[in-house]
Design a protein around this ligand. Sequence first.
Ligand code: EPZ
Length: 426
Amino acid sequence: MHKLVITGGTSLEGEITISGAKNSAVAIIPATLLVDGPCRIENIPKIKDVKMFLKILENIGAIIEYIDDSTVIIDTSSIDSYEARYDEASKIRASYYLMGALLGKFKNARVALPGGCDFGTRPIDQHIKAFESLGAKVDIEHGLITARANELNGSSFYMDVVSVGATINAMLAAVKAKGTTVIENAAKEPHVVDVANFLNNMGANIIGAGTDIIKIKGVDKLPGGTTYSIVPDQIEAGTFMIASAITNGDITVKNIIPKHLESLSAKLIEMGASVKENDDGDSLRVKIDKKLLAVNIKTQPYPGFPTDLQPQITALLSQVDGISIITEAVWDSRFQYIPELRRMGAQIRVEGRIAIVEGVERLTGAKIKATDLRAGAAMIVAGLGAEGITEVHDLEIIDRGYENVEEKFKQVGAKIERVRITEMDY
Ligand code: EPZ
């Protein structure tokens, strides 16, 4: 077990190259189940959730060749089992993608109900609605979800809520169904588009991804045999942009798609930061040369302000002069990390889905923990901005979604070390 030890107060400066998107990789890896030949996937992030997913596929018969740290060739053509192992699939939230992929491949799927971060209820009713619309019978028993169909027939359905997971799962189940499927009120996140692009690259026929209406014309085979590079992680990029802001720094995040970060860039500019897209069109420079102002944030599905950057920007606003109102409009409750910020002197009141932040002069270092993946990132951001030493525990949660987190922050000057935990820590 390890912890991060952070010495706050250093202005972060320099360039950081952003990795492939976690939330795209954990969908594209199971999506390879639908492909009838080898898929070469590049720009895969080196994170635990990806390692876990590759192991799940290997354990049901996929042949995976590890080309280098961020490139694999996956061939699932020899898989004959439609059941993922309970002990593995129940550990990560994204395991629900195995349902759509196995159903789309075998017309049969048996997967453990998903695990993952806990933001209150994490229902999958919209996933089930999509599968049933395509003709599947879905049952939940003994912690397992099973979906089976004699035939999958294209259909049209309207998502009651905008759901990234349900939109992607519906695409996976529909891509080889007979006829045309129309998903209305679809999620528009960059990783939804990335999965659609990957599937089309492998031979699928999907149009409209990135809008709220996605049309999928079923195909018999996805021949595969081509290469796909995963989209850059806008949440990792946003985390570094916010870290630049809290340390009055000057960071350039490289290998990104600036459009994916428009809502965050707009907020940082509203606060008084300088955010400039460089001529190469694939990087953003965040420079702070004046006192930042408090702002209000309301999380929304893409292209709105991403819920996955809500903890990080709340950490920033905790030491910005003035009152900021943060509304978490995507998840039931995603403020479990606030008590950890309070240990650092943050003045925050939570009322349901709203957090009222009264900025303090400076947070002070403390021993805190990661309550979930993005909250863990927020604790790092808070420690970088605070006065003194901060220890961030439960580091394995952060490693699920951030590649070599301390090494990357060191590249821009952060004083941060990964230290083994001893009995002295308890
Ligand atoms: C994905 O989760 C991401 N995870 C989450 O990121 C992210 O917070 C979320 O999308 C929103 O952007 C992955 O991609 C692996 P949703 P997902 O279905 O798909 C409700 C991270 O840190 N809903 O878009 O599970 C749901 O309760 C993680 O990388 C239903 O009501 O989220 C929520 O209120 C944390 N019924 C809202 O929709 C359903 O069937 C959005 O959920 C499904 C969802």
